[in-house]
Write a protein that binds this ligand. Structure first.
Ligand SMILES: Cc1cc2nc3c(=O)[nH]c(=O)nc-3n(C[C@H](O)[C@H](O)[C@H](O)COP(=O)(O)OP(=O)(O)OC[C@H]3O[C@@H](n4cnc5c(N)ncnc54)[C@H](O)[C@@H]3O)c2cc1C
Length: 353
């Protein structure tokens, strides 16, 4: 049989899968609905396991070069007192290196740069993934949280679930001395230094589903967080009018399978998770390497995809459940001393690598 794969979605998981599949001897076409790679975007934390996946794809050194090592941080209360420390050194001792921070556009640029031009087709939205399965030997659904490929496998049986909170995020032209999060009653605020004079920030607030958006996001953020410790008020004062994104946080009901016949899902299409552990992109990269590995040296695509499903479904669903649990903890409204103690315990147990 032939070895021509269609990858739906040229995001982090799709581009990584294309690199891996090409190295495993597949001809690959990536169909991406956007007209070009994004030029703006916030930072992503890439954990050691995902850095190893990038190494397997041959681009790990470039990601480390373009990114920066995450420094130690703090989890604090709104008055600035400390709940727990984020000890990067411990992660480094355990896994050989720390988390590296890189912006989404930079990571996509590195991945796209490892593919020959004709592989990646921009302006190519896929509306009917079922027809791709007839034209290609393998279809990879890497089309993110709203995946159309997932509907071919599961219809609407496994819907997205509201996670109980609304998030705002952006990048501010301001420098903060230390990164970390601040957890209050039913809300949290996070900052990650991105480079000289730039800081990624995000905020999440427990709200009922469908809560009407505020007339002015910046005003709302100042109302919610303006009396928290510095540098939060200073950062909120520096927000550009068009620099605030707002969305309801959702994750995916666990799927009974990531594969069917010659169709496979990876990344957010397979296991969209809440952003609370910063693991979604990392797991998409690890999925991509596992998928290519299973499809190396075999003509039995359905059997290879079943092996991929066995390898990746359980660990990714465990991390997604942990992310949802962490979000609940962060947005708790009651028993805050017990919540803080639980957080310290969870940090002591260590995050997924
Ligand atoms: C606030 C926030 C912070 C985060 N921080 C981190 C972090 O620090 N570390 C981390 O690992 N993860 C983080 N994540 C998660 C991470 O962004 C996602 O998990 C990751 O982008 C998933 O990659 P993907 O390739 O599966 O999907 P996506 O990145 O969503 O890519 C999907 C691609 O498919 C394309 N597409 C969609 N539908 C179609 C179609 N029908 N036809 C053609 N193309 C299509 C889209 O245009 C897109 O390019 C964060 C997420 C959020 C919201």
């Amino acid at each position: 049989m032939g070895r021509h794969a269609a990858v739906v979605g040229g995001g982090i998981g799709g581009l990584a899968a294309a690199i891996g599949l090409r190295a495993a001897g597949w001809e690959v076409t990536v169909l991406e609905r956007s007209a070009a790679l994004p030029e703006t975007g916030t930072g992503l934390g890439i954990w050691p396991g995902a850095l190893r996946a990038l190494d397997a794809l041959g681009v790990g050194a470039e990601v480390r070069r373009r990114g920066r090592r995450q420094a130690d941080g703090l989890i604090r209360r709104p008055d600035g007192s400390r709940i727990a420390a984020i000890d990067v050194g411990r992660l480094e001792r355990r896994h050989g290196e720390p988390v590296h921070l890189i912006t989404r556009p930079a990571l996509l640029e590195v991945l796209a740069g490892a593919l020959p031009g004709p592989v990646l087709r921009f302006g190519a939205p896929v509306d009917d993934p079922g027809s791709l399965a007839e034209a290609y030997d393998l279809v990879v659904g890497a089309d993110g949280i709203g995946s159309v490929v997932r509907t071919v496998l599961h219809g609407d049986r496994c819907p997205l679930r509201y996670a109980g909170a609304v998030a705002w995020r952006g990048v501010a032209d301001i420098e903060v001395p230390v990164g970390g999060e601040t957890w209050g009653r039913g809300r949290k605020f996070g900052v990650t230094p991105e480079g000289p004079g730039r800081t990624n920030w995000y905020a999440a607030v427990a709200l009922p589903e469908g809560h009407p958006p505020p007339a002015d996001d910046r005003e709302e953020l100042r109302r919610l967080f303006g009396d928290w410790h510095q540098p939060i008020p200073r950062l909120l004062g520096a927000l550009a009018a068009d620099g605030v994104l707002r969305h309801e946080i959702r994750d995916l009901t666990p799927l009974p399978s990531y594969v069917s016949g010659r169709v496979a899902l990876l990344g957010d299409a397979a296991h969209a998770m809440t952003p609370d552990l910063g693991q979604g992109a990392c797991q998409a990269l690890i999925d991509a390497v596992a998928l290519a590995d299973c499809l190396h040296d075999t003509d039995d695509v359905p059997a290879a995809l079943r092996a991929y499903d066995r390898r990746r479904r359980r660990p990714t669903q465990r991390i997604a459940a942990a992310a949802r649990w962490t979000g609940r903890l962060a947005h708790a409204r009651r028993l805050l001393p017990a919540r803080d103690a639980l957080l310290r315990l969870a940090l002591a147990a260590g995050p997924p690598a």
